[in-house]
Design a protein around this ligand. Structure first.
Ligand code: NAD
Length: 479
């Protein structure tokens, strides 16, 4: 059993109550890592350390030095990618190919923001009165709290951590209680890279720890990835303390195939869009809208491709889909499939626990395709966060837009068409933070990412994300 400690003010510490909990491997349901449950004392200490480090060290460190530390950290992540990927796949069941890619993406993220650390500049502003000289300073916010989800622990965290540090903020991190290991391992790399103490603090534990962190009056910004109900509580806490927050929440994203699409690519995009990470991504293309003329053809192809997906040990490089991450997820997904069945959706493939030999100890659910889904059904409206694709027919562009936008969510969307003018019209009308055209689930460190409606607000990645960790001060001088 691996035993972990928390990183507070440059020291590795146990919980002040000595309380711990276990991380469970979803492939075999065995506890494999022991993690401290932080107390209010630990949390206050972490926030205090971040405050002191901000005032004494980090805000006095120039951008070039910050950049070099971030570049060093990126190199260390790349160097340790395989080891970190094994730990993350053990923690959340995601296949090793994906977790390894995510480690390299994290390194890329740090390099992208490192490049900006010494280029954050203000502007001079011409005024009516020529005897006045006016300029702005772009400054960090201070202590930021970063709370992440279990499905992509390092990727969702580094989307926040890299811009926060590049802009000169200090941080207190809380990973999901289901997947704390790689975040704590990242803490060791942060030390190895040479970051001074207190700049990055990591406390672990359940939602109570997140609640205490986000209620604190000594924090200057919150960035959160998780479900919409938790997001709303966090937004309320942030509003009480009048601090900004970034909320990366859930989704029920429409992936739309028109009859003029390149069919093979579109079906591949639909399959990768939902079954990647066992459907446990916020951007999962969980509602597949297919134009009537090609509906039957697409459904037949989908059923074939979904039934060929190889399930197995996430650490085996040949495995294409791992288990879902935990028991709560497992039971919820099966119950949502049951609701779909009751509402009249036609489950044409999957729809149950996988029974293949070697999978019985894990939380495996077969890749599931539900046809003839109506957009009003629960299976089409609620985020399932599992390998369940709802296929909805439509007649024309207007109907596709109406169905796509009839959702409480607005995180991502996809359009498959060879008609360029249709592609641009759809991009304009879709109510979502991201529109992919003839691709799906493709990410880039430079491209801003974030949702609308119940999918949250604020941006991660790209220059916009960096600016969200800064504030502008105006300086006016009478010459
Ligand atoms: P969750 O909201 O249950 O938990 C997320 C984090 O919040 C965890 O660290 C948890 O401990 C913490 N938390 C729980 N209660 C809290 C409280 N009252 N105050 C502060 N923190 C609290 O979500 P989850 O089950 O871990 O993740 C799944 C959700 O995350 C899905 O809805 C998914 O779509 C979303 N997600 C979004 C993105 C994105 O970038 N938009 C990425 C990944 C996951």
């Amino acid at each position: 059993m691996k035993r972990y400690q928390m990183l507070v003010n440059g020291s590795w510490i146990n919980s002040s109550s000595e309380e711990t909990f276990y991380s469970i491997n979803p492939f075999n349901q065995k506890p494999w890592a022991e993690i401290p449950q932080a107390t209010s004392v630990d949390i206050e200490e972490a926030i205090g350390a971040a405050r002191k480090a901000f005032e004494i060290t980090w805000s006095q460190t120039n951008g070039y030095t910050r950049a070099n530390l971030l570049f060093k950290l990126a190199d260390l992540i790349d160097k340790n990618a395989e080891r970190l990927a094994i730990l993350e796949s053990t923690d959340n069941g995601k296949v090793i190919r994906e977790t390894k890619n995510q480690m390299h993406f994290a390194a890329r993220n740090f390099r992208f923001f490192a490049g900006f650390a010494d280029k954050l500049q203000g502007e001079t502003i011409p005024l009516d009165n020529l005897n006045l000289f006016d300029y702005t300073l772009r400054e960090p916010l201070g202590v930021t709290v970063l709370i992440s989800a279990w499905n992509s622990p390092i990727q969702t965290l580094t989307n926040k951590l890299a811009p926060a540090l590049a802009a000169g903020n200090t941080v207190v991190i809380k990973p999901s209680e289901h997947t704390s290991v790689t975040t704590l391992e990242l803490g060791k790399l942060i030390e190895e890279a040479g970051f001074p103490k207190g700049i990055v603090n990591i406390v672990t534990g359940d939602g109570k720890v997140g609640a205490l962190l986000t209620q604190s009056q000594s924090v200057n910004k919150i960035s959160f990835t998780g479900g919409p109900s938790t997001g709303k509580i966090i937004a309320e806490n942030a509003s009480k303390n009048l601090i900004p927050c970034t909320l990366e929440l859930g989704g029920k994203s429409p992936n739309i195939i028109f009859e003029d699409a390149h069919m093979k690519n579109a079906v591949t995009g639909a399959i990768a869009g939902i079954f990647g990470a066992s459907g446990q991504t916020c951007i999962a293309g969980s509602r597949l809208l297919v134009q009537n003329k090609v509906y039957d053809e697409v459904v037949t192809n989908l059923a074939k491709r979904a039934s060929e997906i190889v399930l197995g040990d996430p650490l085996n490089p040949d495995t294409q889909m791992g288990p879902v991450a935990n028991l709560v997820q497992f039971e919820r997904i099966l119950s949502m499939i049951g609701k779909g069945n009751d509402e009249g959706a036609q489950i044409i493939v999957g729809g149950k626990k996988a029974e293949k030999e070697g999978l019985s100890d894990g939380f495996f659910i077969l890749p599931t395709v539900a046809a003839n889904v109506n957009n009003n059904m629960k299976i089409a409206q609620e985020e399932i966060f599992g390998p369940v694709l709802s296929v909805i027919p439509f007649e024309d562009e207007d109907e596709a837009i109406h169905i796509a936008n009839s959702s409480e969510y607005g995180l991502a969307s996809g359009v498959w068409t060879r008609n360029i003018s249709r592609a641009h019209k759809m991009a304009k009308k879709l109510n979502a933070g991201t529109v992919w055209i003839n691709t799906y689930r493709t990410s880039a460190a430079q491209a801003p990412f974030g949702g609308v409606k119940n999918s949250g607000y604020g941006k991660e990645r790209g220059l916009h994300a960096l600016l969200e960790y800064t504030q502008i001060k105006n300086v006016m001088i009478d010459l």
